[in-house]
Design a protein around this ligand. Structure first.
Ligand SMILES: *[C@@H]1O[C@H](CO)[C@@H](O)[C@H](O)[C@H]1NC(C)=O
Ligand SMILES: *[C@@H]1O[C@H](CO)[C@@H](O)[C@H](O)[C@H]1NC(C)=O
Ligand SMILES: *[C@@H]1O[C@H](CO)[C@@H](O)[C@H](O)[C@H]1NC(C)=O
Ligand SMILES: *[C@@H]1O[C@H](CO)[C@@H](O)[C@H](O)[C@H]1NC(C)=O
Ligand SMILES: *[C@@H]1O[C@H](CO)[C@@H](O)[C@H](O)[C@H]1NC(C)=O
Ligand SMILES: *[C@@H]1O[C@H](CO)[C@@H](O)[C@H](O)[C@H]1NC(C)=O
Ligand SMILES: *[C@@H]1O[C@H](CO)[C@@H](O)[C@H](O)[C@H]1NC(C)=O
Ligand SMILES: *[C@@H]1O[C@H](CO)[C@@H](O)[C@H](O)[C@H]1NC(C)=O
Ligand SMILES: *[C@@H]1O[C@H](CO)[C@@H](O)[C@H](O)[C@H]1NC(C)=O
Ligand SMILES: *[C@@H]1O[C@H](CO)[C@@H](O)[C@H](O)[C@H]1NC(C)=O
Ligand SMILES: *[C@@H]1O[C@H](CO)[C@@H](O)[C@H](O)[C@H]1NC(C)=O
Ligand SMILES: *[C@@H]1O[C@H](CO)[C@@H](O)[C@H](O)[C@H]1NC(C)=O
Length: 723
């Protein structure tokens, strides 16, 4: 009886709330919410959303990606805003080309989809420095993401800049635009405790600041169970149907801002394959448990062009998403989720308006029913048994449920969809070779210079921290030393302890070896025997970072670079060189000369390939030209024959590559590198690589990519509709 009473009270509350909110609705596009869902323009819907990050593709790709997302049954495109792209210097903004946020949002709007805008401005996202511009590091007294005045100033300044820009363009739903949601901060709860009470004060401040910007649409905080009213707390993760503790208030809807369709990949890591069945199961479960907004992270991952990837993250991003790195369909994931969306959409009115009940159907089986007074009825029948098919009885009918699956019955009778019953055919990627660069004549090369102490002007009697020294203008920092040998042994061990990612050591202009760390280790040690001259010796160590860190508390205090250098004759006789006078060079000579820039490249004396023997002891730039393959299939470079470095096409970096870093199966984590067609001219494209690992450019090839199934396979996907 009591239960019944409280249910009535709750329903009464919900409907009163709804009436009240509907009453307030004046502008046609007003976005509000209650305990059940977002309410847009007076209407409720279960919204499927997908993350597509504008700088991870090109404006020329956006239209097609969004069209495919729409065709796949999405209602919303979600993106972060990338502060370090937009504000490279304080107060100097860049919204050109791939950074054209307004153009991206307008493209979404023109195709009739909504936008969820995750401003952050901390975004993590496997993006270098979590999206923070590096200049923040040098703001006096700054502590990121806490109740710290300098930080709050810049965060508010940027957030305001973005909101005002979008308001001027009329892009919020409250103005008739497509943006229905904004996000402030990002998974802050992961670090909140490190800041003590200042952390919770910051959460309050961030919510208030955001709400004060008067966007007219709701704000969310993801993974923040205590998100202050009216900000909605949302779930991120793989299994929100199981893990989400729910909205922190009765009048906030259950929303899932990141359903990971796969996982990002690091150098040395294996691709994370999440099956279509597993994703569909967790989405259906979330809907069964009142979820009304589900975002796929990522729907299209794309490419970490240039040096935008965070520490050890590979250049391709979420290639396993429903749309692959190039924007091609990944089947059966894309098609299976499309069917799931259609099945849920076919009964979303009843899901949203019906009264939910759940009941047991067996030891590991359960059911959820949503029923309306007018007879509308939806059932979701769940088999949590991973190993067995089961037959369950529901309303005098029996239903066969596949292992670990959910059947959706939009009329409480007929099965429209089972999450484990995949009818979409799998597809395969086809790589077509278009050009080989195997002729020595095609290539020119340029040796980079190994600086010695005398070549440097920046000096310090200590080992400098790398990020603070390069200001992230380069992955590379040279540590050089002139050293008078007074050791008693002639072949000591050189020990270099580094908190960067790679170290290459040179003694008296000879390469003696290199070592690298990995994503999960904070540091690594190079330990190599060296032969020293009597008297003066030159030691030069090239310290390399493969992206800046993107997560954790106190990012501004993170240390990288060489931490300790010693020469060891024996355990008793060790010479520590940390406080010697070191000379520094930020970046490579080729970077300073911008040899990848076509104009500059002409003024540089390149030599024919073969003049100098290519091996891992050299730091070499290579250059060739090529014509664009005909057609419109995506273009890739196969760099399997290379070692480690970065590639530029017509002066634009398409990212880092690191072939030598093998995963546990003995393969490089990524061999194919996307060359967006919009980076290409019809002919005479310039290809420049910097190689630090002894790779062989004669093995490079240019290919195009397609997939086996074509558009016509899709048109067959028609779905039963239930009214
Ligand atoms: C942001 O800061 C700059 C100075 O760095 C200032 O010119 C600008 O007015 C500020 N913008 C906002 C919206 O506070
Ligand atoms: C989102 O999908 C991933 C699979 O890619 C799954 O492992 C994860 O649990 C889902 N997230 C949530 C919150 O359920
Ligand atoms: C779903 O919402 C109903 C109210 O409509 C509530 O009684 C029920 O507990 C909710 N279920 C879950 C799993 O949150
Ligand atoms: C209904 O769902 C809730 C929340 O998931 C669960 O705690 C409860 O045991 C379920 N009830 C039945 C009868 O299965
Ligand atoms: C479940 O049933 C399907 C066919 O209905 C069959 O293909 C599958 O092998 C069965 N799985 C198990 C674990 O029995
Ligand atoms: C199920 O069958 C029983 C007896 O055969 C009947 O009384 C009941 O009304 C049926 N229920 C439904 C939902 O059809
Ligand atoms: C899978 O779905 C098809 C229809 O698409 C249906 O014919 C078949 O019986 C289903 N299989 C299982 C095991 O549910
Ligand atoms: C490139 O070389 C590979 C293997 O050597 C060969 O299979 C392929 O056909 C060549 N591509 C072209 C366009 O000549
Ligand atoms: C960064 O470098 C500057 C000198 O360029 C120095 O004054 C400052 O102390 C350094 N900061 C850190 C955190 O190392
Ligand atoms: C060797 O030279 C270093 C300074 O470079 C000095 O600190 C050290 O005491 C010298 N060692 C011996 C054995 O002379
Ligand atoms: C050390 O470097 C200096 C300046 O580049 C050079 O003149 C000298 O020959 C080098 N010494 C050795 C032992 O290579
Ligand atoms: C280097 O100097 C710092 C202080 O400037 C000191 O703390 C440290 O112990 C010295 N290291 C060595 C190895 O002498």
């Amino acid at each position: 009886m009591e239960k019944w009473m409280s249910l009535v009270m709750l329903l009464l509350l919900i409907s009163l709330k709804t009436i009240e909110q509907n009453f307030v609705v004046k502008a046609a596009e007003e976005v509000t919410y209650d305990g059940r869902s977002l309410i847009i323009n007076g209407h409720r819907n279960i919204l499927f959303s997908g993350s597509i990050h504008y700088p991870r593709s090109t404006p020329q790709m956006w239209g097609d990606l969004i069209a495919k997302a729409k065709q796949g049954g999405l209602d919303v495109i979600q993106t972060y805003v990338f502060w370090n792209l937009h504000e490279p210097q304080p107060g100097k903004y860049d919204f050109s080309g791939r950074y054209d946020l307004v153009r991206f949002i307008k493209e979404i709007q023109s195709q009739g989809l909504y936008v969820c805008l995750r401003i952050g401005p901390f975004i993590e996202s496997e993006w270098t420095y979590g999206g923070f511009p590096f200049w923040l590091h040098d703001v006096p007294g700054i502590v990121y993401r806490t109740d710290n005045e300098p930080f709050k100033f810049y965060m508010q300044n940027f957030t305001t800049k973005i909101v005002n820009m979008l308001k001027e363009e009329g892009l919020y739903a409250s103005q008739g635009g497509p943006i229905i949601l904004s996000q402030i901060e990002n998974e802050y709860q992961n670090v909140e405790r490190a800041f003590g009470t200042a952390g919770s004060q910051y959460v309050e401040w961030a919510a208030k600041m955001a709400v004060g910007l008067n966007t007219g649409v709701p704000w969310v905080m993801c993974k923040q169970t205590d998100a202050p009213d009216p900000v909605i707390n949302t779930c991120n993760g793989m299994r929100c149907g199981e893990t989400f503790t729910g909205p922190n208030s009765r009048n906030k809807p259950a929303m899932w801002t990141e359903n990971w369709t796969s996982f990002y990949q690091v150098y040395g890591g294996l691709p994370y394959i999440r099956s279509a069945e597993d994703i569909a199961f967790h989405v259906a479960l979330f809907v069964a448990r009142n979820g009304s907004f589900i975002n796929y992270y990522m729907y299209h991952g794309g490419t970490n062009f240039g040096r935008t990837a965070s520490a050890y993250t590979i250049t391709g991003y979420y290639d396993q998403a429903p749309l692959d790195e190039y924007g091609l369909f990944r089947q059966p994931k894309y098609g299976h989720l499309k069917e799931l969306h259609a099945a849920i959409k076919s009964c979303s009115t009843t899901l949203l308006q019906g009264v939910q009940r759940n009941f047991s159907l067996g030891e590991l089986q359960e059911g959820y029913v949503f029923e309306e007074e007018n007879g509308g009825c939806v059932a979701l029948l769940i088999n949590n048994d991973k190993g067995n098919n089961v037959t369950v009885q529901f309303r005098n009918s029996s239903y066969d449920l596949l292992p670990k699956s959910i059947s959706i019955l939009p009329d409480c009778q007929n099965v429209a969809f089972n999450t484990a019953n995949v009818s979409t055919t799998s597809n395969r990627r086809i790589i077509t070779s278009r050009q080989n660069f195997s002729s020595v004549d095609e290539w020119q090369q340029l040796q980079d210079v190994i600086p010695t102490f005398d070549d440097t002007s920046l000096r310090s009697n200590s080992l400098l921290e790398q990020m603070n020294t390069t200001k992230d203008t380069s992955d590379y920092l040279w540590y050089t030393l002139r050293f008078e040998n007074n050791l008693s042994c002639s072949a000591p061990i050189l020990l270099v302890h580094s908190a960067a990612h790679v170290a290459h050591a040179f003694v008296n202009n000879e390469f003696i070896g290199g070592v690298h760390g990995n994503h999960d280790a904070k540091s690594f040690t190079l330990e190599l025997p060296v032969i020293l001259n009597e008297g003066t010796n030159n030691i030069s160590i090239l310290s390399v970072m493969v992206g800046l860190p993107d997560s954790g508390a106190f990012l501004e205090r993170r240390l990288a670079g060489i931490m300790n250098v010693e020469l060891q004759c024996s355990e008793e006789e060790t010479l520590n060189l940390n406080n010697s006078t070191w000379g520094y060079q930020v970046g490579l000579l080729g970077e300073q000369l911008e040899v990848y820039d076509e104009q500059n490249s002409r003024d540089i004396k390149w030599t024919q390939l073969g003049d100098i023997i290519v091996d891992e002891t050299t730091l070499t730039w290579y250059k060739a030209t090529f014509d664009t393959p005909k057609g419109d299939e995506p273009v890739v470079l196969d760099l399997s024959s290379m070692g480690k470095g970065e590639v530029w096409i017509n002066g634009q970096s398409i990212g880092r590559y690191w072939i030598l870093f093998h995963n546990s199966k003995g393969n490089p984590s990524q061999s194919l590198y996307h060359v967006p067609r919009s980076f290409l001219k019809d002919s005479e494209n310039s290809l420049v690589l910097f190689e630090e690992g002894g790779g062989n450019p004669l093995g490079i090839s240019l290919s195009t990519v397609s997939v086996t199934d074509l558009q016509d396979d899709f048109s067959k996907l028609s779905l039963p509709t239930f009214t």
